[in-house]
Design a protein around this ligand. Structure first.
Ligand SMILES: Cc1cc2nc3c(=O)[nH]c(=O)nc-3n(C[C@H](O)[C@H](O)[C@H](O)COP(=O)(O)OP(=O)(O)OC[C@H]3O[C@@H](n4cnc5c(N)ncnc54)[C@H](O)[C@@H]3O)c2cc1C
Length: 295
């Protein structure tokens, strides 16, 4: 099977998954050829049709990079988790948080059979060391699709504690698993509605004995606070956590300011890689630089 650089995907079904989440199932010839990377937090960047178009334009490849090299304006793209991929049926499922505003959320709310989007090759971050005896999974609603997939794919007996922040009880989901999973569902906070309680709940949680692995997916400022807790206060090595900002409160204002510092921040990241540091360490330096300038 050829590993395609991008995939056109056609909506085949939509469903109101929970109070604030919409499930969209995609199919079509390209999706049938989708090459999954197998990671539970596998994510694709979805590009949407521009005004007046029925589908987003195709990408082209330059120096091995698939992108919109000659297309103006570049279609809007957003990151989404592959909640499920059934290679035999050629169907791929994505769960969208139906928040207010936003190209992707607005698209998901009106999605209907026959509409076409485009997505890229998958990327992922979840990477549990063989030596980890337990896992702590923490997510808000954007991280819930990946958290669900991690739990569903656990090996028998794997010990996991999940802390999840959703908007309402009606957003709680249940997952089948071979693992031994305990849950702490929090509702009515975070998720763009009010302040997140995730950092406080993580701090209160008594970590099990032995070596563990922490995975977090949620709002960027909360992810920074949680990362500092594990990295700086508890002294965790980078291999023992993956703490990722999946979205950002008031992203418009943040992006406006980020434009001023983008070059400098990328130079810090590239410099760290050149100095022999790992991608995770380079990301830390990138983030520390942004924090220094109030971002
Ligand atoms: C690796 C990865 C995997 C992801 N997987 C998923 C997934 O499976 N499902 C999912 O729903 N999201 C997922 N996300 C998050 C998603 O990419 C962002 O929420 C994205 O900003 C949504 O795009 P939008 O066009 O709807 O809103 P944008 O145009 O990006 O933002 C518009 C406004 O909405 C605000 N906003 C953005 N997202 C949210 C939100 N979730 N809640 C409240 N306000 C918000 C912004 O601050 C901004 O003010 C993932 C992100 C990453 C990095």
């Amino acid at each position: 099977m050829t590993d395609k650089g991008f995939y056109f995907a056609e909506v085949v079904a939509t469903e109101q998954l929970s109070t604030h989440m919409v499930r969209v199932t995609f199919g079509g010839n390209d999706v049938a050829q989708y090459v999954s990377n197998g990671a539970p937090d596998e994510c694709v960047t979805i590009f949407f049709a521009r005004d007046g178009e029925e589908r987003p334009p195709a990408m082209t490849v330059v120096d091995g990079q698939w992108w919109y090299h000659d297309v103006e304006p570049v279609p809007e793209g957003r990151n989404y988790t592959v909640r499920r991929f059934d290679a035999d049926a050629g169907l791929l499922v994505i769960d969208f948080v139906a928040h207010e505003g936003g190209v992707a959320a607005t698209w998901a709310l009106q999605a209907a059979a026959g509409q076409v989007v485009l997505w890229t090759r998958p990327r992922s971050w979840y990477d549990i060391p063989d030596t980890a005896q337990w896992q702590l999974l923490v997510a808000d609603m954007t991280g819930l699709p990946a958290l669900g997939r991690v739990i569903e794919e656990l090996p028998a007996g794997a010990k996991v504690h999940a802390i999840v922040e959703v908007l309402e009880r009606g957003d709680i989901q249940q997952f089948e698993t071979a693992g031994e999973v305990t849950y702490d569902w929090r509702f009515g906070s975070g998720n763009g509605d009010s302040a997140s309680v995730l950092e406080g709940v993580v701090r209160e949680y008594v970590l099990p004995e032995g070596e563990g692995y922490v995975w977090f997916a949620g709002e960027a400022a909360v992810s920074r606070a949680v990362r500092k807790y594990f990295r700086k206060e508890l002294g965790y090595a980078v291999a023992h956590f993956e703490i990722i900002g999946y979205w950002r409160v008031n992203s418009e204002q943040w992006l406006e300011k980020y434009k001023q510092y983008q070059e400098e921040a990328i130079a810090v990241y590239d410099g760290a890689l050149e100095a022999g540091r790992s991608e995770a360490e380079a990301s830390e330096e990138f983030d520390a630089m942004l924090e220094r300038v109030g971002l």
